[in-house]
Design a protein around this ligand. Structure first.
Ligand SMILES: *[C@@H]1O[C@H](CO)[C@@H](O)[C@H](O)[C@H]1NC(C)=O
Ligand SMILES: *[C@@H]1O[C@H](CO)[C@@H](O)[C@H](O)[C@H]1NC(C)=O
Ligand SMILES: CC(=O)N[C@H]1CO[C@H](CO)[C@@H](O)[C@@H]1O
Length: 233
């Protein structure tokens, strides 16, 4: 008798938080996530909360500008139009979920940018993270997004890079302290590395938490995506 191993395409959900580093998803990280998933042969669906952004930042100077924008509408730019409201995302339909970084994760998916370790997480994001975790399905996060796992899955291990600023190379090094304050473990990693928490099936990489070259961020995200797909049953 022969047994046939059917190599099913992994089905991965990607959650965006807008379009642009200072008020939404970091564009290059989002693109890196999609390129690495595509190369690995994954089928991808993109989601974002249908809600207003905290604010809109004029990315030429970093000041707020009017009018405010909608997180789903902005994320649709990166998704090339193929996007669904986060309220439709169910773990039962996917093998894994990935959260790129950017301040949108700290302003619209959570309130980390304002509240630090006392942050709250968007109700649909809490539901989605608990849903995938509860089904034993892997969760990938990069840059600032690991704070969401730290808050929603206490006791998990994540990396946001190094714990010292190191002459400006790690400008957000203080984030590691907030992660510990939320009851998670911080594992220092370099930008081209990722960390896998085998117990909680959470895979993280520092990405643009490090002030560095685009290709190093791209390579680190490749490790994270690889780590996520290895955990897909
Ligand atoms: C964005 O900022 C630039 C530089 O300060 C300014 O010239 C421009 O008017 C701003 N645009 C909007 C829409 O606020
Ligand atoms: C990160 O890289 C630096 C220099 O490349 C090295 O000294 C350090 O040990 C690395 N840290 C980790 C956690 O791998
Ligand atoms: C977690 C969360 O919902 N954060 C913010 C996202 O942006 C809106 C503005 O529309 C804020 O009200 C939320 O607090």
């Amino acid at each position: 008798m022969h047994t046939t191993v059917i190599n099913m395409k992994p089905n991965v959900a990607v959650v965006l938080s807008g379009c642009g580093v200072y008020d939404g998803s970091e564009v290059h990280e989002s693109s890196a996530v999609l390129v690495h998933l595509s190369r690995a042969g994954a089928a991808v669906a993109i989601f974002a909360p249908d809600t207003n952004q905290l604010h809109t930042i004029n990315h030429t100077k970093g000041e707020t500008m009017e009018p405010n924008r909608n997180v789903l509408v902005e994320s649709a730019r990166i998704a090339r139009g193929k996007i669904s409201p986060l309220s439709n995302l169910k773990a039962a339909d996917f093998d894994a979920v990935v959260f790129p970084g950017g301040f949108g994760a700290a302003k619209n998916l959570s309130t980390f940018a304002m509240d630090g370790a006392k942050m709250t997480v968007h109700t649909d994001v809490v539901r989605v993270v608990k849903d995938f975790h509860g089904h034993g399905k892997p969760i990938g996060l990069c840059c600032i997004s690991p704070v969401i796992a730290a808050k929603v899955i206490p006791g998990c291990e994540v990396t946001v890079g190094q714990e010292q600023e190191d002459g400006g190379r790690w400008p957000y090094a203080g984030t590691a302290g907030a992660i510990k304050a939320m009851g998670a473990t911080h594992v220092p990693k370099n930008v081209t590395e990722s960390h896998t928490d085998m117990k909680h099936k959470i895979v993280t990489t520092p990405a643009f938490m490090c002030e560095t070259k685009f290709h190093e961020v791209f390579d680190g995200i490749g490790k994270m995506i690889n780590g996520v797909l290895k955990l897909v049953k």
